[in-house]
Design a protein. Structure first.
Length: 314
């Protein structure tokens, strides 16, 4: 018996080769099936309820315990993931962002994904961003373009320095209003002028989420607006959490013992205090480690990316 668990994080799981955006950074559905075959051979897949009990009541987990989690509420999860998990008798834990589902808005993070998937030469996107910064520099008292590039363009485990720059400047660095303006301009230019139709194609709807919940899947909170929650003042953090809990209630979830997946893995002490007060029992981050319930903060449990596991049937 053990108190360790491999919590695996998924985002896009789709038939990439036959999709409109084969360059999107996702897991092909056939590789997902292969990875599950590997997982079933080497791990014991647990349910979220098992993890909650182990964390709250110090119950032991089975050896090689593994939990499957899926962020961002994509339609992929209903069309591909849910049927596969159901056939195998496995539970997935799904964390949809409320506003994207309810108001048919495409999250800025997803707009950025599809902009990147639509433009082969990422330096062209950088040039577009620089041009838009030039237009708005005086209004927003912006630094020179080279300042932002030198600060943000650092290669990461999964992305080139150009891609890291594009993500960070459009997700976090600039004022929110300006980020929205630039992202919307690029999205309309490279992806689609019809955001609501694109949103309905990209995300699950509430009825699909409710159906998965009734069929035994676990539904948790991924915020309302998908903000970097650590950048918000406490009163706005609380508003975000309240709105996300209202959404969970609409999905048929019990909010007396719910689970949070922080957008961007961004959290701070004030946020943890707020979710504790509102009966959250666990919260997940992205840290590339196996979670250890004896050592890790239950409100910052690390997850592994799908790329950290093999995608074959060994």
């Amino acid at each position: 018996m053990s108190n360790k668990v491999s919590i695996i994080e998924y985002h896009y799981v789709r038939d990439l080769k036959n999709s409109r955006y084969p360059e999107i950074k996702g897991l092909d559905v056939e590789l997902f099936k292969n990875q599950l075959s590997y997982i079933l051979k080497h791990y014991q897949v647990i349910r979220m309820e098992d993890l909650i009990e182990a964390a709250r009541f110090k119950k032991q987990l089975p050896e090689n315990a593994l939990l499957l989690t899926f962020d961002d509420g994509y339609r992929d999860h209903f069309e591909f993931v849910f049927p596969i998990l159901t056939e195998l008798g496995l539970q997935g834990s799904f964390f949809p962002p409320a506003r994207a589902i309810q108001e048919h808005q495409v999250l800025d993070v997803n707009k950025i994904h599809f902009i990147l998937a639509s433009v082969e030469n990422k330096e062209q996107i950088v040039k577009d961003i620089f041009s838009l910064l030039d237009i708005h520099r005086a209004e927003y008292s912006l630094e020179v373009n080279e300042y932002y590039y030198n600060k943000l363009a650092q290669e990461s485990r999964f992305d080139s320095k150009e891609v890291v720059f594009i993500k960070l400047i459009l997700q976090k660095e600039l004022p929110e209003k300006l980020r929205n303006i630039i992202v919307n301009d690029l999205f309309k230019k490279y992806v689609s002028p019809d955001e609501k139709s694109f949103s309905r194609e990209l995300y699950m709807n509430l009825e699909q989420i409710k159906f998965m919940k009734k069929q035994g899947m676990f539904i948790g909170s991924h915020g309302f607006d998908h903000y970097w929650l650590d950048t918000l003042p406490p009163e706005k953090q609380e508003m975000e959490i309240n709105l996300s809990l209202e959404f969970l209630k609409k999905a048929g979830c019990d909010v007396s013992g719910w689970v949070m997946s922080y957008p961007y893995a961004a959290y701070n002490d004030s946020l943890i205090s707020i979710i504790k007060e509102k009966d959250c029992v666990l919260a997940l981050i992205e840290d590339g480690r196996i979670a250890d319930l004896d050592k890790d903060n239950p409100f910052a449990l690390p997850r592994l990316d799908t790329n950290d596991l093999p995608k074959d049937r060994i």
